[in-house]
Each structure stands twice: as structure tokens, then as C-alpha cells.
Design a binder for this molecule. Structure first.
Ligand SMILES: *Cc1c(COP(=O)(O)O)cnc(C)c1O
Length: 468
């Protein structure tokens, strides 16, 4: 098409004077509307449209596109409860309230209300951490990776750290112990072999350049068969014989014995410290069920050194995190209500029968939504704890299963992938997982038949969970 045939776009000032554009400006401001208009005129020049009405429609849509949130709530139907990519632990209402209480105004974050002088931001959580773990002192930073970095850099800078070869972990999301150690300016001293490390391997490795012994919880894998690890108690003895500290990176760590809730065992922070470990690090947004943070707990003298490291200033938590963490820790004061009040523990302990009930409620709506090309039913699956907790320990659950009824395997596979995309494009996206040419929506994390979920699936009348 020759360029003469394309109508020239109207002038910017003329378009801005249109009543519809004035309305848009009144709503969103001139700057944003002008940016969209310029982009719209560019589209016009490229030949995408050549009339005023199309330009207006395009600009209106573009303003909406720019303002649409990129970061939003989704439904986690992946079956992985602590999903790192989906934000890990959901927070309890107590934590949300604590955040909102301090978010909009001034707070005593680092202000001692008794003396009227500068206070310490850790003070809002330290007492609770100590009470719940038996630690003498504690401090918190941005996440557990930061906790490990800070501990190593404080206690072992330019010196050697002895670690078992079988514990040189990599956790999803690029946490690799050898790399963190290098950035902490420590020298890694590996001992033992991949499958077996003995106490004497550690004892023989200690020399004048050794700063500490490190044990890392192999949270996301298990070495089975002909294997041996050295326990905390024995390692602590070796460390203390040489006047060295023993540091343990617990990863998840738990404040309670999860076996009492019928869940797989995870190291309990209190037990690990009682075994003689000098400093532990663990995440606040894994099994603890709080906001993203890394907790460092242990001997007062070491924690005090860690707190004075200038890196602490760069790795510290903000007021919102500390508010949420304080609120979650307080819930642990009453262990009897944990599975009710901490969403992570509530979701992990949901019975398969309860999950089946949710699936049954959602089934008809999902069938309507998916259409006749899909076979929709429920099936038994296994959920995972996630966030590096042993992937071998699976929790019995129920999923809604969508399979294509037509075509060959390849078409079916494409249809299922398209369906997964459609669910991800809902106003509140629904994230499932694909297995064996089926789309699985694990219902563990759908606690009640959430009304919005119905609404967006274009469902028939939304019933309550107890209705079926
Ligand atoms: C998860 C994990 C980390 C990293 O913790 P983040 O909170 O993700 O920074 C480090 N070490 C171990 C053993 C872990 O499981």
C-alpha cells in the first residue's frame, strides 16, 4: 500500500482535546495518557489503523495495560505448598494486621520507647526466637541465603570452613554453598566423600587456619545406601575440642516436631541447638510459615559479632517483614492451635478427605468451564511440602484432572497446554501442573470453595463446601 493511501494521524493537541481523552486524563493524569497517545500515533503511522475511533480505543486499552498489576495473587494448585516461585508461605491474618499497623505511618522500629533513644530492630523478634529455640541470642536478615553469607563472613573471613563433601548443597534458585562461601570470603575445606564422611575426617582436617565447622541440612536430596554423616553432637564435640564454633545451615528448620502433626520429620531448631551447635540459620518463610527472612540463632557472643558486621546493615529486614515475623512467632506461643492458625501448617496437615470434598465442589464448575473437548474428573495425587523439604516425602491429596478427549497424543498434549495457559490468564491466575498429558489441579491449597474461583471460571451458582 502506498503511503498516500494512509490517512495522516491527527495532531497530538487535537486528540488530547477530545472529551473521551479529557475523561481519561481526569482519571489517570496527563503524563500517562500522553505516553499512551504517542504510542498509539506510532501504531497509526505503522498502518495498524487509520481512524479516530480506533485510535481512542487503542489508547484506552493501552492505559489499562500499563496500569494492570504485573505482580498479583494467584491460586496455587501445583500441589507444592511452599512454592518458591509462587511466594512460599501464605501469611496468617495476624501477620497481615501487624504489617498494616506499621506500614502507613511511623513506628518504633529502632526506637526505645522507655529511654527515648535509639533501639534495635531485632528487639521486636529476638526474645521470641530465643524463647522458642532455647538460643541465647538471635538476629534476622533478608533470607536464609543472607544468613549463611553473613555468618560465614563474620566468623570465617579469609579462613577455612570444613564441610562434608556430601553436604555441598544446591537449593533451587541459585543457592550453592561453595559459591556463597567464596562470596563470604572463606576457603572451603571439603572432607570425606560424597556418600561417607566420618568424625575423624573432620578432626584430621582441623588446622591453624580453620575458622569453623559447617553442617548443611541436605534438605532437597537424600544419600541412601552405603552412606554416613556425622551428627551434630559429635561434630560439636570435635569443634569445641579445638575451640571452634559449629555452624549448621538448617534451611527449613522447624520450631516444632512436625511428626506430632503427622508430617515427615525435619530438624527441630531447639534440638539442634541443644546438641551443642553454636549457631544455626534457617528460613522464616519455609516450614515456619512466616515472611521471607533468615533467622540466625545461637550463642550470644557469636550473634553479637555477627550483628556488628557491616554487611548486616546491607542484609537487614525491613519493618514490614519484622512486623509479620513477630506476629507469626507469637502464634507459636500456643502450639495447640498451630495447625489452625498458621496457613502453611494448616495446608500441610489437611486430610485427603477434606481435599476430596473441595475437589468435588469444584468439579462441575470446572467441567462447564473446560467444555466438551475435555474429560474432567478427580484423582488421587501426592502433594509436596516444597522449598527444599525432602521431595520423597509426599502428602496424599486429590486433584482435578483435565484430559483432552480428542485427537492423537500430540494434539491432546497441545490442548492441555493451551488449557493451562487459559487458566493462567484468568484475572486471578490458576496455576496447576501437567503430568502424563493431563492438567492436574491439586486442591490441597484451595481451603474453602473460594467464591472468586467459581466466579472466574464462569461457574454456575457457587455452593459452599459443606453443600455437597
Ligand atoms: C532454602 C535453603 C537455603 C536458602 O534459603 P532462602 O530462604 O531461600 O534464602 C539455604 N540452605 C538450605 C539448606 C536451604 O534449605
Amino acid at each position: 500500500m502506498s503511503s498516500e493511501l494512509i490517512r495522516h494521524p491527527p495532531a497530538v493537541d487535537k486528540v488530547l482535546a477530545w472529551p473521551a481523552m479529557q475523561a481519561l486524563i481526569a482519571c489517570h493524569g496527563r503524563t500517562l495518557v500522553l505516553t499512551s497517545l504517542r504510542a498509539g500515533l506510532q501504531q497509526w503511522r505503522q498502518g495498524d489503523f487509520d481512524d479516530d475511533r480506533s485510535l481512542l480505543t487503542w489508547v484506552q486499552a493501552d492505559v489499562q495495560r500499563r496500569l494492570a498489576p504485573s505482580f498479583k495473587a494467584v491460586f496455587n494448585l501445583t500441589g507444592t505448598v511452599l512454592h518458591t516461585n509462587l511466594g512460599r508461605a501464605p501469611l496468617p491474618p495476624e501477620a497481615i494486621k501487624a504489617i498494616s499497623d506499621v506500614a502507613s505511618g511511623a513506628s518504633n522500629l529502632e526506637y526505645d520507647l522507655n529511654t527515648g533513644k535509639r533501639g534495635d530492630r531485632d528487639s521486636h523478634v529476638e526474645r521470641w526466637i530465643c524463647e522458642l529455640t532455647g538460643a541465647e541470642a538471635a538476629t534476622v536478615v533478608n533470607n536464609n541465603a543472607a544468613a549463611v553469607l553473613l555468618v560465614l563472613n563474620t566468623l570465617a573471613r579469609r579462613r577455612q570452613v570444613i564441610v562434608s563433601r556430601g553436604e555441598l548443597i544446591e537449593i533451587g534458585g541459585s543457592f550453592r554453598l561453595p559459591d556463597v562461601m567464596e562470596r563470604a570470603d572463606c576457603k572451603l575445606h571439603e572432607v570425606g566423600t560424597t556418600n561417607r564422611t566420618h568424625a575423624h575426617d573432620f578432626a584430621d582436617a582441623v588446622n591453624s587456619r580453620t575458622a569453623l565447622l559447617l553442617k548443611a541440612h541436605t534438605s532437597n536430596y537424600a544419600i541412601q545406601g552405603f552412606s554416613q554423616q556425622v551428627g551434630e553432637q559429635e561434630l560439636a564435640q570435635i569443634a569445641h575440642q579445638h575451640n571452634l564454633p559449629l555452624v549448621v545451615d538448617l534451611g527449613s528448620g522447624s520450631l516444632i516436631d512436625l511428626r506430632t502433626l503427622g508430617l515427615p520429620a525435619e530438624p527441630v531448631v531447639r534440638d539442634v541447638l541443644a546438641a551443642g551447635v553454636d549457631v544455626v540459620t534457617f528460613s522464616a518463610d519455609k516450614l515456619l510459615g512466616g515472611p521471607q527472612a533468615g533467622i540466625i540463632a545461637g550463642r550470644a557472643e557469636l550473634i553479637s559479632k555477627i550483628r556488628k558486621n557491616p554487611l548486616k546493615r546491607a542484609l537487614r529486614c525491613d519493618k514490614l517483614t519484622l512486623a509479620a515475623l513477630g506476629a507469626v512467632l507469637k502464634l507459636y506461643a500456643n502450639p495447640d492451635t498451630l495447625t489452625l492458625r498458621i496457613p502453611t501448617l494448616r495446608l500441610l496437615t489437611r486430610s485427603q478427605a477434606a481435599i476430596q470434598q473441595t475437589a468435588n465442589v469444584l468439579l462441575p464448575s470446572l467441567r462447564d468451564w473446560a467444555g466438551a473437548e475435555f474429560v474432567v474428573d478427580t484423582c488421587e495425587v501426592h502433594s509436596q511440602i516444597g522449598s527444599g523439604s525432602l521431595p520423597l516425602d509426599l502428602l496424599p491429596s486429590v486433584a482435578l484432572r483435565l484430559r483432552s478427549a480428542q485427537g492423537n497424543k500430540r494434539t491432546q498434549n497441545r490442548m492441555v497446554r493451551d488449557l493451562a495457559l487459559r487458566l493462567r490468564q484468568l484475572p486471578q491466575p490458576v496455576i496447576g501442573r501437567i503430568a502424563d498429558d493431563s492438567l492436574l489441579l491439586d486442591c490441597r491449597c484451595v481451603e474453602d470453595a473460594q467464591p472468586l474461583f467459581f466466579q472466574w471460571l464462569g461457574a454456575v451458582a457457587a455452593g459452599s463446601e459443606t453443600a455437597t
